[in-house]
Write a protein that binds this ligand. Structure first.
Ligand code: PDD
Length: 262
């Protein structure tokens, strides 16, 4: 009778853990709080409690150098299956899985993507467990043998099925601004910091598919994928199918900060 199961009535987070250290803990907990506030679930734990619970789970899997902690808070169990709800006790579900990333050498071979119309709702900034459209897009990418599906809403590139999108044009990095049409990715945030550190300009502005196809570089980012260069979109090459230098710069900086608990 859990509403997470019956209605997808909940929010979630994925925390990447490197050698026992959670990357972006504060930022993930802040986004969790914002998601819970948006859907009116009282946060069952404070920051200190969450930190201790997550660290306990991490400690059971010490042998894994890379762990992805999945945390879901649903509205809880009800007596009756009804769309409305009264005050319930939220359910907390957590799991740890190991994850691997390709080496830089493998990433330099580049990945491919397809594009589709972004048919999702207009509250994509809430990390909702209702992910039907996202999983359909992800499966379509898999069926096409590509890494991701890039989403286009009213002619504007938003993000991807489970990652944010960046492009580089004339040494400037572009990404869709925060707002209702993208998930405010924590990796996105960290990449913007990496760019500042590397003295590279970032413009958080909207852009269309023509601008995307004309980019010097395209990347996607998420907590478990980190930052992956895309060199083919809908069977057309990006930058003649070569991975760019700005990606390499940001990738190296991202690897460097992974050992720092930000
Ligand atoms: N997905 N956009 C969407 C739609 C996502 O689902 C994700 C992450 C991101 C990147 O967010 P972050 O950098 O905070 O991981 C952007 C996670 C990893 C998932 O659903 O498993």
């Amino acid at each position: 009778m859990d509403r997470g199961f019956l209605f997808g009535d909940g929010v979630y987070e994925v925390f990447p853990v490197y050698n026992g250290l959670i990357l972006g803990l504060e930022l993930h907990l802040k986004r969790l709080q914002e998601g819970l506030d948006t859907i009116n679930i009282v946060n069952p734990h404070n920051k200190k409690e969450w930190t201790s619970i997550i660290n306990e789970l991490i400690s059971y899997h010490k042998e894994n150098t890379k762990q992805a902690i999945y945390l879901q808070v649903s509205r809880g169990c009800d007596d009756d299956r009804k769309h409305t709800h009264d005050k319930l006790k939220p359910t907390v579900y957590m799991q740890s899985s190991s994850f691997k990333n390709p080496t830089k050498g493998d990433l330099l071979k580049g990945s491919a993507a397809i594009t589709r119309d972004d048919i999702r709702w207009s509250q994509c900034d809430t990390k909702s467990t209702s992910l039907l459209a996202n999983i359909m897009f992800a499966q379509e990418a898999k069926n096409h043998g590509v890494e991701e599906t890039i989403l286009i809403r009213d002619g504007i590139i938003t993000e991807c099925s489970s990652s944010n999108l960046f492009l580089v044009k004339n040494d400037c990095i572009y990404t869709h601004p925060k707002g209702p049409y993208i998930l405010p990715g924590i990796t996105r945030e960290i990449i913007i910091d990496c760019a500042k550190y590397c003295d590279t300009e970032v413009k958080e502005v909207t852009f269309n598919k023509d601008f995307l196809m004309d980019a010097d570089e395209v990347w996607i980012s998420s907590s478990t994928r980190e930052v992956v260069p895309i060199i083919r979109i809908d069977d057309s090459p990006v930058n003649n199918g070569k991975v760019g230098e700005t990606w390499s710069l940001i990738y190296d900086r991202y690897q460097a900060i992974k050992s720092i608990n930000v």
